[in-house]
Design a protein around this ligand. Structure first.
Ligand code: GDD
Length: 324
Protein backbone atom coordinates (compact mmCIF):
# COMPACT_ATOMS: atom_id res chain seq x y z
CA UNK A 1 0.00 0.00 0.00
CA UNK A 2 1.41 3.38 -1.04
CA UNK A 3 0.18 6.58 0.59
CA UNK A 4 1.03 10.15 -0.38
CA UNK A 5 0.62 12.81 2.31
CA UNK A 6 0.64 16.44 1.24
CA UNK A 7 2.08 18.75 3.90
CA UNK A 8 3.69 15.79 5.67
CA UNK A 9 5.93 17.67 8.16
CA UNK A 10 3.02 19.48 9.81
CA UNK A 11 1.58 18.52 13.16
CA UNK A 12 -1.16 16.28 11.73
CA UNK A 13 1.06 14.88 8.96
CA UNK A 14 3.72 13.73 11.39
CA UNK A 15 1.23 11.89 13.63
CA UNK A 16 -0.42 10.32 10.57
CA UNK A 17 2.96 9.21 9.25
CA UNK A 18 3.80 7.47 12.52
CA UNK A 19 0.52 5.57 12.33
CA UNK A 20 0.94 4.56 8.67
CA UNK A 21 4.55 3.47 9.15
CA UNK A 22 3.36 1.17 11.97
CA UNK A 23 0.85 -0.29 9.50
CA UNK A 24 3.68 -1.01 7.03
CA UNK A 25 2.39 1.49 4.49
CA UNK A 26 4.95 2.94 2.09
CA UNK A 27 4.76 6.64 2.88
CA UNK A 28 5.56 9.47 0.46
CA UNK A 29 5.18 13.10 1.38
CA UNK A 30 5.42 16.65 0.13
CA UNK A 31 6.95 19.56 2.01
CA UNK A 32 7.67 23.19 1.24
CA UNK A 33 11.12 24.58 0.51
CA UNK A 34 12.75 25.58 3.80
CA UNK A 35 10.12 23.85 5.95
CA UNK A 36 11.38 22.17 9.12
CA UNK A 37 11.33 18.36 9.07
CA UNK A 38 11.85 18.18 12.85
CA UNK A 39 8.41 16.60 13.45
CA UNK A 40 9.38 13.63 11.27
CA UNK A 41 12.68 12.80 12.98
CA UNK A 42 11.49 9.49 14.47
CA UNK A 43 10.22 8.14 11.14
CA UNK A 44 12.37 9.90 8.54
CA UNK A 45 14.22 6.79 7.43
CA UNK A 46 10.92 5.11 6.46
CA UNK A 47 9.78 7.91 4.15
CA UNK A 48 10.30 9.29 0.68
CA UNK A 49 10.05 13.07 0.80
CA UNK A 50 9.65 15.52 -2.07
CA UNK A 51 9.95 19.27 -1.93
CA UNK A 52 6.80 20.41 -3.76
CA UNK A 53 4.49 23.40 -3.51
CA UNK A 54 0.94 22.12 -4.03
CA UNK A 55 0.07 25.31 -5.89
CA UNK A 56 2.57 24.33 -8.61
CA UNK A 57 0.29 22.26 -10.83
CA UNK A 58 2.93 20.83 -13.19
CA UNK A 59 5.26 19.76 -10.41
CA UNK A 60 2.44 18.22 -8.37
CA UNK A 61 1.07 16.41 -11.40
CA UNK A 62 4.48 14.90 -12.28
CA UNK A 63 4.92 13.79 -8.70
CA UNK A 64 1.53 12.07 -8.37
CA UNK A 65 2.06 10.31 -11.73
CA UNK A 66 5.52 9.17 -10.67
CA UNK A 67 4.44 7.80 -7.28
CA UNK A 68 1.00 6.50 -8.38
CA UNK A 69 -0.10 6.04 -4.76
CA UNK A 70 -3.11 3.99 -3.69
CA UNK A 71 -4.18 6.72 -1.30
CA UNK A 72 -3.67 10.46 -0.89
CA UNK A 73 -4.13 12.30 2.40
CA UNK A 74 -4.46 15.94 1.43
CA UNK A 75 -3.37 17.81 4.53
CA UNK A 76 -1.38 20.73 3.08
CA UNK A 77 -3.31 23.88 3.86
CA UNK A 78 -3.35 27.38 5.25
CA UNK A 79 -4.87 26.30 8.54
CA UNK A 80 -5.25 29.33 10.79
CA UNK A 81 -8.75 30.79 10.98
CA UNK A 82 -7.46 33.88 12.84
CA UNK A 83 -4.67 34.68 10.34
CA UNK A 84 -6.96 34.04 7.34
CA UNK A 85 -8.68 37.40 8.00
CA UNK A 86 -5.36 39.15 7.27
CA UNK A 87 -4.32 36.84 4.45
CA UNK A 88 -7.45 35.95 2.43
CA UNK A 89 -5.61 35.66 -0.91
CA UNK A 90 -3.03 33.26 0.49
CA UNK A 91 -5.76 31.27 2.25
CA UNK A 92 -7.87 30.85 -0.87
CA UNK A 93 -4.82 30.30 -3.07
CA UNK A 94 -3.45 27.41 -1.03
CA UNK A 95 -6.68 25.79 0.12
CA UNK A 96 -8.76 26.06 -3.04
CA UNK A 97 -6.06 25.71 -5.68
CA UNK A 98 -4.25 22.95 -3.83
CA UNK A 99 -7.42 20.86 -3.55
CA UNK A 100 -8.60 21.60 -7.09
CA UNK A 101 -5.20 20.73 -8.57
CA UNK A 102 -5.14 17.34 -6.87
CA UNK A 103 -8.70 16.55 -7.98
CA UNK A 104 -7.90 17.59 -11.52
CA UNK A 105 -4.75 15.44 -11.54
CA UNK A 106 -6.69 12.41 -10.28
CA UNK A 107 -9.45 12.82 -12.84
CA UNK A 108 -6.83 12.31 -15.56
CA UNK A 109 -5.23 9.20 -14.05
CA UNK A 110 -6.67 5.76 -14.83
CA UNK A 111 -5.76 4.22 -11.47
CA UNK A 112 -8.51 4.56 -8.84
CA UNK A 113 -6.71 6.52 -6.14
CA UNK A 114 -8.67 7.24 -2.96
CA UNK A 115 -8.16 10.77 -1.67
CA UNK A 116 -9.05 12.24 1.71
CA UNK A 117 -9.80 15.93 1.41
CA UNK A 118 -9.50 17.53 4.83
CA UNK A 119 -12.33 20.01 5.20
CA UNK A 120 -13.31 21.78 8.43
CA UNK A 121 -16.08 22.45 10.93
CA UNK A 122 -15.44 26.12 10.17
CA UNK A 123 -17.51 25.70 6.97
CA UNK A 124 -20.70 25.45 9.09
CA UNK A 125 -20.23 28.99 10.45
CA UNK A 126 -22.33 30.27 13.36
CA UNK A 127 -24.84 27.53 13.99
CA UNK A 128 -28.05 28.19 15.97
CA UNK A 129 -28.19 26.45 19.35
CA UNK A 130 -31.28 24.48 18.32
CA UNK A 131 -29.28 22.99 15.42
CA UNK A 132 -26.55 21.56 17.63
CA UNK A 133 -24.90 19.09 17.46
CA UNK A 134 -24.06 19.86 13.84
CA UNK A 135 -24.81 17.12 11.33
CA UNK A 136 -23.14 16.71 7.93
CA UNK A 137 -26.43 17.80 6.33
CA UNK A 138 -26.17 21.30 7.83
CA UNK A 139 -25.78 24.10 5.29
CA UNK A 140 -22.38 25.65 4.62
CA UNK A 141 -22.36 29.27 5.83
CA UNK A 142 -18.73 30.10 6.68
CA UNK A 143 -17.83 33.38 8.41
CA UNK A 144 -14.05 33.46 7.83
CA UNK A 145 -11.88 33.41 4.68
CA UNK A 146 -10.52 30.09 5.98
CA UNK A 147 -14.03 28.63 6.33
CA UNK A 148 -14.96 29.89 2.86
CA UNK A 149 -11.82 28.32 1.35
CA UNK A 150 -12.52 24.98 3.05
CA UNK A 151 -16.20 25.07 1.97
CA UNK A 152 -15.04 25.60 -1.60
CA UNK A 153 -12.59 22.66 -1.42
CA UNK A 154 -15.29 20.49 0.14
CA UNK A 155 -17.77 21.32 -2.66
CA UNK A 156 -15.18 20.82 -5.39
CA UNK A 157 -14.42 17.39 -3.92
CA UNK A 158 -18.10 16.48 -4.12
CA UNK A 159 -18.35 17.81 -7.66
CA UNK A 160 -15.32 15.79 -8.85
CA UNK A 161 -16.88 12.66 -7.39
CA UNK A 162 -20.25 13.37 -9.05
CA UNK A 163 -18.90 14.47 -12.43
CA UNK A 164 -15.80 12.33 -12.84
CA UNK A 165 -16.00 9.56 -10.26
CA UNK A 166 -12.89 10.70 -8.37
CA UNK A 167 -12.76 8.53 -5.21
CA UNK A 168 -12.86 11.36 -2.72
CA UNK A 169 -13.84 11.29 0.94
CA UNK A 170 -14.40 14.55 2.81
CA UNK A 171 -13.29 14.74 6.45
CA UNK A 172 -15.01 17.66 8.18
CA UNK A 173 -12.60 17.97 11.06
CA UNK A 174 -13.51 19.87 14.18
CA UNK A 175 -10.76 21.28 16.41
CA UNK A 176 -7.91 18.98 17.29
CA UNK A 177 -4.73 19.50 19.20
CA UNK A 178 -1.80 17.70 20.78
CA UNK A 179 1.99 17.66 20.88
CA UNK A 180 3.73 19.41 17.93
CA UNK A 181 0.86 21.73 17.01
CA UNK A 182 2.42 25.11 16.25
CA UNK A 183 1.62 28.38 17.96
CA UNK A 184 -1.25 30.37 16.45
CA UNK A 185 -3.85 27.84 17.71
CA UNK A 186 -5.38 28.16 21.12
CA UNK A 187 -3.89 25.21 23.03
CA UNK A 188 -0.26 25.68 21.88
CA UNK A 189 -0.66 29.45 22.37
CA UNK A 190 -1.58 28.79 26.01
CA UNK A 191 0.73 25.82 26.62
CA UNK A 192 3.82 27.53 25.15
CA UNK A 193 3.35 30.51 27.49
CA UNK A 194 2.61 28.34 30.54
CA UNK A 195 5.70 26.22 29.81
CA UNK A 196 7.91 29.34 29.92
CA UNK A 197 6.32 30.46 33.18
CA UNK A 198 6.62 26.95 34.64
CA UNK A 199 10.36 26.94 33.90
CA UNK A 200 10.77 30.45 35.34
CA UNK A 201 11.72 31.85 31.93
CA UNK A 202 9.06 34.55 31.83
CA UNK A 203 6.85 36.63 34.11
CA UNK A 204 3.73 34.81 35.42
CA UNK A 205 1.42 36.51 32.95
CA UNK A 206 -0.45 34.88 30.08
CA UNK A 207 -2.05 36.66 27.09
CA UNK A 208 -5.31 35.18 25.86
CA UNK A 209 -8.11 35.88 23.37
CA UNK A 210 -11.81 34.99 23.54
CA UNK A 211 -12.28 32.63 26.50
CA UNK A 212 -16.04 32.30 26.08
CA UNK A 213 -15.97 30.42 22.78
CA UNK A 214 -16.71 26.71 22.92
CA UNK A 215 -15.04 24.12 20.74
CA UNK A 216 -15.48 20.42 20.03
CA UNK A 217 -11.90 19.35 20.61
CA UNK A 218 -10.21 16.00 19.93
CA UNK A 219 -6.71 14.59 20.24
CA UNK A 220 -4.70 14.62 17.01
CA UNK A 221 -3.79 10.95 17.54
CA UNK A 222 -7.49 10.05 17.46
CA UNK A 223 -8.02 12.26 14.44
CA UNK A 224 -5.31 10.61 12.32
CA UNK A 225 -6.82 7.24 13.20
CA UNK A 226 -10.15 8.58 11.87
CA UNK A 227 -8.44 9.68 8.63
CA UNK A 228 -6.93 6.24 8.19
CA UNK A 229 -10.28 4.51 8.72
CA UNK A 230 -12.07 6.96 6.43
CA UNK A 231 -9.77 6.17 3.52
CA UNK A 232 -10.17 2.47 4.22
CA UNK A 233 -13.92 2.28 4.80
CA UNK A 234 -15.53 5.65 3.99
CA UNK A 235 -17.96 5.95 1.08
CA UNK A 236 -16.57 7.96 -1.85
CA UNK A 237 -18.38 11.26 -2.35
CA UNK A 238 -19.46 11.36 1.31
CA UNK A 239 -18.61 13.91 4.02
CA UNK A 240 -17.92 12.81 7.62
CA UNK A 241 -17.69 14.94 10.73
CA UNK A 242 -14.54 14.09 12.69
CA UNK A 243 -15.35 15.25 16.21
CA UNK A 244 -15.69 14.16 19.81
CA UNK A 245 -19.35 15.14 20.19
CA UNK A 246 -18.37 17.15 23.30
CA UNK A 247 -17.80 20.85 23.55
CA UNK A 248 -15.42 22.66 25.92
CA UNK A 249 -15.35 26.32 26.87
CA UNK A 250 -11.90 27.78 26.07
CA UNK A 251 -11.78 29.07 29.67
CA UNK A 252 -12.10 25.48 30.95
CA UNK A 253 -9.19 24.39 28.75
CA UNK A 254 -7.05 27.30 30.00
CA UNK A 255 -7.92 26.59 33.66
CA UNK A 256 -7.08 22.92 33.22
CA UNK A 257 -3.67 23.77 31.71
CA UNK A 258 -3.03 26.21 34.58
CA UNK A 259 -3.78 23.47 37.11
CA UNK A 260 -0.84 21.52 35.67
CA UNK A 261 1.68 24.06 36.98
CA UNK A 262 2.08 25.14 40.58
CA UNK A 263 2.87 28.76 39.53
CA UNK A 264 0.29 31.49 40.11
CA UNK A 265 -0.46 33.04 36.73
CA UNK A 266 -2.18 36.33 35.85
CA UNK A 267 -4.44 36.24 32.77
CA UNK A 268 -4.58 39.26 30.45
CA UNK A 269 -6.66 39.81 27.30
CA UNK A 270 -4.43 40.32 24.25
CA UNK A 271 -5.98 42.38 21.43
CA UNK A 272 -4.00 40.51 18.78
CA UNK A 273 -5.80 37.27 19.59
CA UNK A 274 -9.24 38.82 18.87
CA UNK A 275 -10.86 38.22 15.45
CA UNK A 276 -13.37 40.25 13.38
CA UNK A 277 -15.83 37.37 13.83
CA UNK A 278 -15.48 34.33 16.03
CA UNK A 279 -17.80 31.33 16.01
CA UNK A 280 -19.26 31.14 19.55
CA UNK A 281 -19.79 27.38 19.61
CA UNK A 282 -18.87 24.32 17.57
CA UNK A 283 -20.29 20.97 18.56
CA UNK A 284 -20.39 18.12 16.06
CA UNK A 285 -22.54 15.04 15.65
CA UNK A 286 -20.26 12.04 15.10
CA UNK A 287 -22.97 9.41 14.57
CA UNK A 288 -22.11 8.90 10.90
CA UNK A 289 -18.39 8.23 11.32
CA UNK A 290 -19.09 5.95 14.29
CA UNK A 291 -21.66 3.89 12.40
CA UNK A 292 -20.05 3.74 8.98
CA UNK A 293 -16.36 3.40 9.73
CA UNK A 294 -16.33 2.30 13.37
CA UNK A 295 -14.31 5.23 14.72
CA UNK A 296 -14.63 6.73 18.14
CA UNK A 297 -12.27 8.98 20.07
CA UNK A 298 -10.28 7.28 22.84
CA UNK A 299 -8.04 9.94 24.39
CA UNK A 300 -9.52 12.26 27.02
CA UNK A 301 -9.07 15.98 26.59
CA UNK A 302 -7.34 16.19 29.97
CA UNK A 303 -4.73 13.67 28.76
CA UNK A 304 -4.26 15.65 25.55
CA UNK A 305 -3.69 18.87 27.50
CA UNK A 306 -1.18 17.19 29.78
CA UNK A 307 0.77 15.69 26.85
CA UNK A 308 0.74 19.02 25.02
CA UNK A 309 2.03 20.96 28.02
CA UNK A 310 4.77 18.34 28.54
CA UNK A 311 5.75 18.77 24.89
CA UNK A 312 6.11 22.56 25.36
CA UNK A 313 7.99 22.25 28.62
CA UNK A 314 10.43 19.88 26.92
CA UNK A 315 10.81 22.21 23.92
CA UNK A 316 11.32 25.32 26.07
CA UNK A 317 13.88 23.66 28.32
CA UNK A 318 15.78 22.37 25.27
CA UNK A 319 15.82 25.91 23.80
CA UNK A 320 17.14 27.25 27.11
CA UNK A 321 19.88 24.62 27.15
CA UNK A 322 20.84 25.36 23.50
CA UNK A 323 21.09 29.10 24.22
CA UNK A 324 23.71 28.53 26.92
N1 GDD B 1 -5.47 30.88 18.36
C1 GDD B 1 -5.90 31.36 19.53
N2 GDD B 1 -5.00 31.90 20.41
N3 GDD B 1 -7.21 31.28 19.82
C2 GDD B 1 -7.63 31.77 21.01
C3 GDD B 1 -6.77 32.33 21.95
C4 GDD B 1 -5.38 32.41 21.63
O1 GDD B 1 -4.55 32.88 22.42
N4 GDD B 1 -7.49 32.68 23.04
C5 GDD B 1 -8.76 32.35 22.79
N5 GDD B 1 -8.87 31.81 21.55
C6 GDD B 1 -10.12 31.30 20.95
C7 GDD B 1 -10.37 31.70 19.50
O2 GDD B 1 -10.90 33.03 19.42
C8 GDD B 1 -11.38 30.63 19.09
O3 GDD B 1 -12.66 30.97 19.54
C9 GDD B 1 -10.89 29.38 19.85
O4 GDD B 1 -10.04 29.87 20.90
C10 GDD B 1 -10.16 28.35 19.02
O5 GDD B 1 -9.18 29.02 18.25
P1 GDD B 1 -8.12 28.22 17.34
O6 GDD B 1 -7.35 27.26 18.15
O7 GDD B 1 -7.33 29.24 16.58
O8 GDD B 1 -9.04 27.33 16.39
P2 GDD B 1 -10.29 27.64 15.42
O9 GDD B 1 -11.52 27.13 16.11
O10 GDD B 1 -10.32 29.04 14.97
O11 GDD B 1 -9.93 26.71 14.16
C11 GDD B 1 -9.39 25.40 14.35
O12 GDD B 1 -10.39 24.45 14.19
C12 GDD B 1 -10.91 24.28 12.88
C13 GDD B 1 -12.01 23.22 12.95
O13 GDD B 1 -13.03 23.60 13.82
C14 GDD B 1 -8.23 25.19 13.37
O14 GDD B 1 -7.50 24.05 13.80
C15 GDD B 1 -8.71 24.98 11.97
O15 GDD B 1 -7.60 24.62 11.13
C16 GDD B 1 -9.76 23.87 11.97
O16 GDD B 1 -10.24 23.62 10.67
Amino acid sequence: MKALITGIPGFVGSHLTELLVKKNTEVFGTYLEGESLENLKSVKKNLVLYECDITDFDHLSKLVKKILPDQIYHLAAFSSVGKSFEKPLETIGINVRGTLYLLEILRNIKKKIRILVVSSADIYGKVKRNQLPIKETHSLVPVSPYGASKACGDLLAYQYFQSFGVQVIRARSFNHTGPRQSKGFVIPDFASQIAKIHLGLSKPLIKVGNLDAKRDLSDVRDVVWAYHLLLKKGKPGNAYNVCSGKTFRIKYLLNHLLKLTERKVRIVGGKTQKRPTDIPILLGDNTKIKKEVGWKPKISIEQTLEDTLKFWIHRRSRERYQRR
